[in-house]
Design a protein around this ligand. Structure first.
Ligand SMILES: Cc1ncc(C[n+]2csc(CCOP(=O)(O)OP(=O)(O)O)c2C)c(N)n1
Length: 1004
């Protein structure tokens, strides 16, 4: 877009009517989002060399020129005359010829005066533009008065006394200037004296609101914002609106005061200094509700969270207050969480619009901003399930701290999801509680950008900075933000510039580190008091009414406090952010404790296999290589076999047919990193024509979503977790490109997936697909780090449970997550289907081989353990060793055993579900081979992989009567060697150990 500024001077000698039409058509055709102004230019036009038509002033001419091309009457006659002559190739100084309507005075002017007139107009337009671009630099944004933003000492070029900067003098102040189309300060007037122009610009851009938007590369959007802030009188409030605002400020303020009175030494991360947040959020919700939104999903950190719960979401106050009672025990199992992390879901009537609205605040961990993608995923899912393709009914609101917003990379990753087809939520309203400090750290050492909000510029989100000591300004920008989202379905940021009245928490002493700032804060009059005084001075409210409002709310708090004393127990269940109506019994239990068979009729599998090996649309040319792949699949189906890709296809296809939505997301998942999946076919002759055969399985099937994601693990995994949170009736899978890349999403894994249920009684059935395997590809691209997942399992290694018939289900119910490592496509098929057929939801992490894989016949259920089924199993007494293993190393072991002729002597048993550990299946194996020594063999290094998890559990199963030996790689720092030769040597060495029956003789 900005190219147009530099080439704007090169006005071409077009014939206006013809080119005006074509240019206008071009602008319409590209749509509002792509105004790049690729106008044809003739660089030979003499006016192109004029110095006054250069730099930023030229953009005004450009805009006028474009407007003139579309409609010559849309610009002032003087400009019409100028453009006509310029286009006709007029020479220097002759382009302007007075139109007849301007009369003699101008046309009679000597030529230099004409040029001066044009120059002065351009100067005024540059000045107007300066306010639009940089007005926020001088706006009075900071309630603390001290400057919070350093713009590299850029000179202030605004104000009555700065007109000289534009080549104007004081004598111009009372001259009347035409206003360009790019401003709305005139209201109904097309021209104003310069003095008034400046006054109006100061009102629009330099008071308590700083509007940052001129970087947006869409003229319609810029114009929309200009008119929202420039039109005279836009910020008018009715008496009722002012009184409502005051009442909201009373609640926000008195809530914190109440908590402070009752629990002065309890951490609550109060909102004092930013009480305007409450009316801000309520305004966004009211306005969005007015625009048709009926569900708002919020994410936020600690600051002011209780206040938001109480006064925005309307959690019962007694439920909040009883969280402060140290004597109350929790009714639910699990760790629970601190009160300022808990979530909430509430459906109620919005009193302003009288419409139903559902508000949910997503539970979140301390990890700042980690909840952002989760909120987006949940929002996307809710939009998806209610058919809201434009985000008209469901929206997200994200709250941020200033330090976290600037510092946490996940903010950027989440912004980059905002406009992607499979991830967009059609606009999020971001609200930054910019208290100008992060714990004890000043902004000058916490970020390199002037504002904490600069990250939002990457997605062209407008940013509205506002001084929170002016609640009306806050409410105004929030209204505009909500309207922006409803109009353009794009992200927008409200930067609430405020202060933090106390320390980081209520126990913290801020004077240690920010003495001057806090001296200033101590002198600060509370915003409620300021606003109440303003309204009283205006006569909008009387002192008595104000005091009554306060007394009324204090009474509400006192009464709730009294009720909270009756609470005998804490129910974390009451803080659920995503209830799944109908999935559990009324008291939140699974409806049964059994799992249907995961098997599927062969006929159905053959049908799905047929779809997987065909192109279900006509006249669609696929790549020749793919034709071979599909043919290969067809051959497998005919042989009743499946490879890795086909096993997955059949699992997805059968669930879709059952009406279960399946969503697979991750980097390059559509084709599959290993070029095995091919879920999206591309027509080789038609650009962007694609086909997803999985959506052609049955007419009444559920939709299948498969989407290549942005290159973000943290953001995308968080998003999919949020998607899976919305409903138990969908199989949501995230695939890491290689398993090791999940570590950049570790926070989502640790904070949400591993511990989510125990902290927030919230189940989630997300599946993590983690390609894994040491194949000589080097330290990366090898290990999915299964040891990390296993280390975080909540089962006790030292206790062998009672081996009853329902152990398997009970274990699944009790565990925090399931870790599997399938060695066959059949088992992969079953474990995917089991995810949905279980009567509860658990996350699954599945390490899986990269799919160069043997083909196996289908079984009918997921096999947690695959025992030795070969020769050794027929004569257990002759077996000298059982080698336990998991995953694809089984094939290396089986091959080596055969080579060494030990098929009768060594049994190999595969543990496919590592956690929960299948004690009940391991025990019979151990009992069967009484004389055998026990070996755990893995391809991973000893300090990695599965060994540390499996060994104590096998020992507990047999009460430590036999030791478990190790045959695998030595301990190491890196997951794998980068040297192919070393890789093979290592492999040979541990296979030798695994089958050397004397190898452990010297070990105790
Ligand atoms: C990822 C992460 N790193 C560090 C912390 C520790 N921490 C808690 S609050 C905080 C300061 C946050 O400042 P800001 O984002 O401005 O929010 P505020 O507390 O000022 O409202 C820090 C560093 C954290 N919770 N999360």
């Amino acid at each position: 877009m900005y190219r147009l500024r530099t080439c704007a001077v090169r006005l071409c000698p077009l014939t206006p009517p013809k080119h005006a039409r074509s240019a206008s058509r071009q602008r319409l055709a590209v749509g509002s989002a792509q105004r790049t102004f690729q106008l044809i230019r003739c660089y030979a036009a003499p006016v192109s060399t004029k110095p006054f038509l250069s730099g930023s002033s030229s953009s005004y001419v450009e805009e006028m020129y474009c407007a003139w091309l579309e409609n010559p009457k849309s610009v002032h006659e003087s400009w019409d005359s100028f453009f006509r002559h310029a286009n006709a190739g007029a020479t220097l100084g002759t382009a302007y010829q007075s139109p007849s309507a301007l009369g003699v005075s101008l046309s009679a002017l000597p030529q230099p005066s004409v040029e001066k007139l044009v120059e002065d107009h351009l100067a005024v337009q540059t000045l107007i533009r300066a306010y639009q671009v940089r007005g926020h630099h001088v706006a009075k944004l900071n309630p603390l008065v001290i400057s919070c933003v350093n713009f590299d000492q850029a000179p202030v070029t605004m104000g009555l006394h700065q007109v000289g900067f534009y080549g104007l003098t004081e004598s111009h102040l009372d001259k009347v200037f035409r206003l360009p189309k790019t401003t709305f300060i005139g209201g109904s007037k097309a021209a104003l004296p310069l003095r008034e122009i400046i006054r109006r610009l100061e009102m629009a851009y330099c008071q308590h609101i700083g509007v940052e938007f001129m970087f947006i590369n869409n003229l319609d959007q810029c114009q929309w914002i200009r008119q929202k802030f420039e039109k005279p009188g836009v910020m008018q409030f009715t008496l009722e609106e002012k009184r409502t605002l005051l009442a909201r400020m009373v609640r926000a303020t008195r809530f914190e005061e109440f908590l402070h009175r009752k629990w002065s030494s309890e951490k609550r991360f109060g909102l004092e200094g930013c009480e305007s947040l409450i009316p801000a959020l309520k305004t966004i919700i009211d306005k969005s509700s007015e625009n048709g939104v009926d569900s708002v999903i919020l994410g936020m950190s600690h600051r002011g969270r209780l206040n938001v719960l109480a006064n925005v979401i309307r959690k019962e106050l007694e439920q909040i207050f009883c969280q402060f009672d140290p004597k109350l025990e929790a009714a639910d199992e699990g760790s629970g969480d601190v009160k300022y992390h808990l979530g909430m879901y509430h459906r109620r009537i919005n009193r302003v619009t009288d419409r139903n609205i559902t508000l949910s605040l997503v539970a979140n961990p301390s990890h700042l901003e980690a909840v952002d993608p989760v909120v987006q995923g949940k929002t996307k899912a809710e939009q998806f399930y209610c058919g809201d393709t434009q985000g008209n009914r469901v929206m997200s609101v994200l709250l941020h701290g200033d330090a976290a917003f600037a510092g946490q990379g996940i903010v950027y990753e989440t912004f980059h999801l905002s406009d992607l087809p499979s991830y967009t939520t059609h606009g999020t309203v971001h609200v930054v509680v910019n208290n100008q400090i992060g714990f004890t750290t000043d902004p000058r050492v916490a970020r390199s950008s002037p504002y904490p909000t600069d990250v939002a510029r990457v997605v062209n989100a407008p940013i509205f900075h506002v001084n929170t000591d002016n609640p009306e300004a806050v409410v105004y920008v929030c209204n505009v933000a909500a309207e922006w989202r409803a109009t353009f379905h794009k992200d927008v940021v409200v930067d609430l510039v405020c202060y933090r009245k106390n320390g980081h928490n209520e126990m913290d002493e801020p004077m240690f580190t920010q003495p001057l700032m806090y001296k200033q804060i101590k002198q600060q009059k509370a915003v409620l008091q300021k606003y109440a005084e303003k309204l009283m001075a205006e006569g909008a409210v009387s002192r008595q009414e104000y005091e009554e409002e306060i007394a009324k709310y204090d009474k509400i708090c006192e009464e709730a406090y009294a009720r909270s004393k009756d609470e005998k127990i804490l129910h974390i269940k009451h803080w659920l952010d995503s209830p799944w109506p109908g999935f559990f019994t009324l008291d939140g239990q699974p409806k049964s404790m059994s799992c249907q068979s995961t098997g599927v009729e062969e006929e159905e599998l053959a049908h799905i296999g047929g779809v997987a090996s065909s192109v279900p649309v006509k006249d669609f040319t696929i790549h020749g290589g793919l034709t071979r792949v599909l043919r290969g699949r067809g051959a497998l189906v005919a042989r009743r076999a499946a490879d890795w890709a086909l096993g997955e296809y059949m699992a997805f296809g059968s669930l879709l047919k059952q009406g279960v939505h399946v969503r697979l997301s991750g980097q390059d998942v559509e084709r599959g990193t290993f070029s095995h999946r091919h879920h999206v076919l591309h027509d080789q002759n038609v650009d962007k024509r694609t086909c997803i055969p999985m959506n052609h399985i049955a007419p009444d099937q559920a939709p299948y979503t498969v989407c290549n994601s942005s290159l973000s693990e943290y953001g995308v995994l968080g998003f999919e977790l949020g998607f899976a949170m919305a409903s138990p009736d969908a199989l949501v899978l995230w695939e890491a490109q290689f398993g090791d890349f999940h570590n950049t999403a570790q926070c989502i894994i640790d904070q949400f997936i591993c511990a989510g249920q125990t902290k927030w009684v919230r189940q989630n059935g997300i599946v993590l697909l983690l390609p894994h395997g040491l194949e000589g590809m080097g330290p990366e691209h090898s290990s999915a780090r299964p040891e990390r997942f296993l280390q975080m399992c909540n089962d006790d290694p030292d206790v062998c449970p009672t081996l009853t018939g329902d152990l398997a289900m009970q274990q699944l119910y009790d565990c925090n997550w399931i870790v599997v490592n399938c060695s066959s496509p059949a088992n992969y098929f079953h474990v995917l289907r089991r995810q949905i057929l279980l009567p509860f939801r658990k996350p699954v992490g599945t390490t899986k081989p990269k799919p160069s894989f043997p083909q196996l016949l289908f079984s009918t259920y997921f096999r947690r353990l695959i025992p030795e089924e070969g020769t050794a199993s027929h004569n257990p007494a002759g077996v000298k060793r059982i080698v336990f293993c998991t995953g694809k190393v089984y094939y290396d072991l089986a091959k080596e055993r055969k080579t060494k002729g030990l098929e009768e002597t060594v049994a190999i048993t595969r543990i496919e579900q590592l956690s929960p550990f299948p004690f009940d299946l391991v025990k019979p194996e151990l009992d069967k081979y009484q004389q055998a020594d026990l070996v755990w063999s893995q391809e991973e290094h000893k300090n990695q992989g599965y060994y540390d998890y499996v060994r104590p559990r096998i020992c507990s199963t047999i009460d430590h009567t036999r030791p478990v030996r190790y045959a695998g790689r030595e301990p190491a720092a890196a997951p794998a060697t980068g040297n192919k030769k070393a890789h093979l040597v290592e492999l040979k060495r541990f296979l030798d150990t695994a089958f050397n029956l004397d190898a452990f003789q010297d070990q105790p």
